[in-house]
Design a protein around this ligand. Sequence first.
Ligand SMILES: Nc1ncnc2c1ncn2[C@@H]1O[C@H](COP(=O)(O)OP(=O)(O)OP(=O)(O)O)[C@@H](O)[C@H]1O
Ligand SMILES: [Mg+2]
Length: 386
Amino acid sequence: MKVLLISENNHILEVAISFKSLKQRGVLLETYKSNLVNASQKIAKEIPDVVLVDIQSSSTHEFDLIERYKTQYKNMAFMMLSGDSSSELLLSAMRSGFSEVISLPLTEQSFVIALDRFENKFRKNIKHQSKVLSVISCKGGAGATFISTNLGFILAEIFNKKVLLIDANQYFGDASLYLSDTNPPMTLADVCNQIHRLDYAFLESSLIEVTHRYKILAAADNPASISDVRPEHLDTIIRIAKNYYDFIIIDLGRQIDALTVKAMDLSDEVYPVVQLTLPYIRDAKHLLDMFKSLGYNQNKIKLTINRYEKNNKLKLEDLHHTLATSHSFIIPNEYNVVSESVNQGVAVARQAPNGAVTKALKEMGEKITGIKLSEKGFFTKIFNKG
Ligand SMILES: Nc1ncnc2c1ncn2[C@@H]1O[C@H](COP(=O)(O)OP(=O)(O)OP(=O)(O)O)[C@@H](O)[C@H]1O
Ligand SMILES: [Mg+2]
């Protein structure tokens, strides 16, 4: 859980930093020496789960601000730190959207009790919302990595969701390169090697930050460490991540083994990626048969056609006929745009916000989230930020 403490008082900030039990509880504490009025950019940048703000003299202006933040950041909790415990102040604070008021002086016990109360509520809310999606290539090069990484970006930056991408591709893990040139602080294998230490703070410290809402756990970087990644580890990582992320996307590549099957078992939806050529369709048939033998419900499988062109020799009907099922999503072929995005390590939605692939991924995002994007305004606003 990420907590942002805003106060103009150095002593309060120092006291909070000295609370030893926070880290053990998986609380990542950020402090910001400022007041609520000047903290809007910091809040937008950090997207904490909890904002604890020290309000010395309550003014209606600050309460109005909280009301605004509450509509803007639906999953964020606001707590107030105050020396004034009069019932009028408490009432106004609760009315404006503060979920807790902690009395000064700030003690470790009162802080932890308030956070526990929030976490119990938060976990209940988030658990049923968060979704695990696995993306798997029917055959190498189908586009699983391109689609998983870029779908993640769209869900985070256009649909405002917190997204974690896990690169579980065991021999060809390259997902982070599709979006970033940063070296991963840790890989999936490193995390699995220290699985007994895993909590939210440890997980966060191992991720590449693509944006504030979008993080990547990079693949094991050498074949020797692949055996360190065991199915039960993935289970633990996903269980912890589910409490904090709206979407966990797993890039599975093309390999089928105990780890991939575990990932798919844990997934709400599985996206097999296919192209409209015979070798891909043949392998897709094997994969779909395997899903049947694993007992996966048809609703769980979202067949995704990549690099689609209207003048393909094989038609959609051919695919439907051979696979005895219909597709869920189509991503068009857009060679130049996608090559440019992949080569530069920049999300396609940034590279070509109005391109056909971006449009198709946005439609995918709409179906997945159930959120219909309002026309232009929202989209333009996000991408003009640079
Ligand atoms: N919609 C698309 N339009 C044009 N080119 C695409 C599209 N999708 C993917 N590509 C190209 O295909 C290449 C392979 O895609 P990607 O790496 O996502 O495949 P993969 O299924 O992850 O492969 P692997 O099995 O090796 O992990 C990309 O580098 C990209 O250049
Ligand atoms: Mg790949």
